[in-house]
Design a protein around this ligand. Structure first.
Ligand code: G6P
Length: 506
């Protein structure tokens, strides 16, 4: 893909190359069963799906941890994928993390400490010293790989998410000519919530290694600056959202809000193919059978409010009996982080609730909830969006929620989006039916209201939502970040032109 097709100004990188760094890799080589053929699988991660078109468009390099059981067969001795798949034509370097570190890093500090710390879903974070040590070690491994990749070049390094909070400072120490940006894909909590983390100062110092630090919402950026103010001796310029970095190297970190989006054109192109239309017909024949089809798509994660939604479905049948036997809830929930106990327990609880609802409300050939707790590849998920009469996003707390944005791109004009007000997407998507997943009765009433909404209103709302994702798609998001990074660099490296730095001009 040509950068110009996706990025409104292809020159946003200058002559710097782009290196994207994330824990999760954009695709994995996976073999299901000993003699089975190897498949290329894209993970159920909004982050990787959103970023891939940017790396393709800019001919960038991606550094990520290896994860597929057949990855090694497709990489060279240094971890570079030898023959990238046609859909992913860029350099991918896979890092092999030692299994003992990986568990304490990923299952431990990333998903049992930081994830519940940043998502206010009333799930208590746990902190273990050995998890923290592993987190430091893994961040070092990533920083070292970046240094090997760019050496002394003036590259742009774009680090992703909460797995790599320490990496920016570590990359800066190794690569002084790099421009470093990081995007934090999850919420940043208020200082009161964050202060229970025993290593909060180290995390903040790591993140101040960035030239630019992006959040989805300015609210999260404000929380971050407030947290800094309480925890570190830094100077904060609130007019320009600049933080002076502590330490001898000095420098400034710019904080910005960049609401991430999706490749709306690609989604629309995919769902308008003849094959997609055929698949949609089959999905409706098999799963709707004359009823309304309400879809949910998420990772099996307590922050997604799956339990609350199932309770609301029960309440819907109690409070609005006209909907019994007239609506099917298809629940695509991809297993996720299954090594974390809280995730396994949650999945078991969800299974139990689904069975209970189906037992209580099911009649003849109809079960109200159809659980598809499995991996579904992205293009097929987009077909599901088109097959659905409505989509519910019930997150208790979510940085953005790209499922809502993908749905806005793919859905039929007469479909309805019901969206938790605790997602970043709710700030932009005012045409969605907003709901509070904690308020079960009201949630049930909102589902009924969505299903009963007059056709003209549904059409007008969905068209506006689609307009929003087409106006601000993933290309616009990436362009905004790269532009802000370059502008910040120009603003703060003016000393290369001495005549402008005071008294030089006559
Ligand atoms: C969230 C995080 C991403 C992550 C995704 C899937 O969206 O912000 O960084 O990739 O969840 O999680 P996983 O643990 O499977 O990478």
């Amino acid at each position: 893909m040509d950068a110009g097709l996706l990025l409104p100004q292809p020159d946003l990188l200058g002559d710097r190359r782009l290196v994207v760094v994330s824990h999760r890799q954009p695709y994995a080589h996976v073999r299901h069963g000993k003699s089975a053929a190897v498949q290329v699988e894209k993970p159920p991660s909004g982050l990787t799906l959103a970023l891939e078109p940017i790396v393709v468009a800019t001919h960038g390099t991606w550094i990520a941890a290896s994860g597929g059981n057949a990855d090694a067969e497709f990489t060279d001795a240094r971890g570079y994928v030898r023959d990238p798949p046609p859909d992913s034509p860029y350099r991918l370097r896979r890092l092999t993390l030692p299994p003992s570190l990986r568990e304490d890093f990923y299952t431990g500090f990333a998903n049992s400490s930081l994830w519940p710390l940043c998502h206010i879903a009333y799930h208590q974070p746990r902190f273990e010293e050995k998890w923290w040590r592993a987190y430091q070690a893994v961040n070092e491994i990533f920083a070292q790989a970046v240094a090997e990749e760019i050496g002394g070049e003036p590259a742009t390094v774009f680090i992703q998410d909460f797995h790599l909070a320490l990496a920016p400072q570590m990359v800066r120490a190794r690569c002084p000519r790099a421009l470093i940006a990081q995007f934090w894909h999850i919420p940043w909590p208020n200082p009161e919530a964050f202060r229970i983390c025993p290593w909060r100062r180290e995390l903040l110092e790591g993140m101040l290694g960035n030239d630019l630090l992006g959040f989805h919402l300015s609210y999260h950026g404000m929380n971050f600056m407030e947290t800094l103010d309480r925890e570190l001796a830094v100077r904060i310029d609130r007019e320009h959202n600049l933080v002076s970095r502590p330490g001898a190297a000095g420098g400034l970190t710019k904080i910005g809000a960049f609401p991430i989006s999706v490749d709306a054109q690609a989604i629309i192109a995919s769902v308008t193919t003849i094959a997609a239309q055929q698949s949609v017909r089959e999905l409706r024949e098999r799963y709707a059978r004359g009823r309304q089809l309400v879809l949910t798509v998420e990772r099996m994660d307590y922050s997604k409010g799956i339990r609350e939604r199932l309770e609301a479905i029960q309440r819907l049948f109690e409070r609005h009996p006209q909907w019994r036997d007239r609506v099917s809830f298809v629940q695509i929930a991809t297993p996720s982080r299954t090594d974390v106990r809280a995730y396994r327990d949650y999945a078991a609880e969800v299974d139990h609730l689904v069975a209970e609802i189906n037992r209580r409300w099911g009649v003849r050939d109809w079960k109200p909830v159809l659980p598809l707790h499995q991996y579904v590849e992205p293009r097929q998920v987009w077909n599901w969006y088109l097959a659905a009469d409505a989509l519910i996003v019930s997150s208790l707390h979510d940085g953005m929620n790209l499922v809502a944005k993908e749905f806005a791109a793919a859905a039929r004009d007469d479909a309805v989006l019901l969206l938790s007000e605790y997602t970043g997407a709710a700030r932009e998507f005012r045409e969605a039916v907003l709901l509070n997943p904690y308020a079960i009765d009201d949630f049930a009433d909102k589902i009924a209201a969505g299903l009963e909404m007059p056709l003209e209103q549904r059409r007008e709302r969905l068209r506006r939502l689609r307009w929003r994702v087409l106006q601000y798609d993933i290309g616009a998001w990436a362009a905004d970040i790269l532009r802000a990074l370059r502008q910040h660099y120009f603003d703060n490296h003016g000393s290369a032109f001495p005549e402008n730095s005071g008294g030089g001009m006559a």
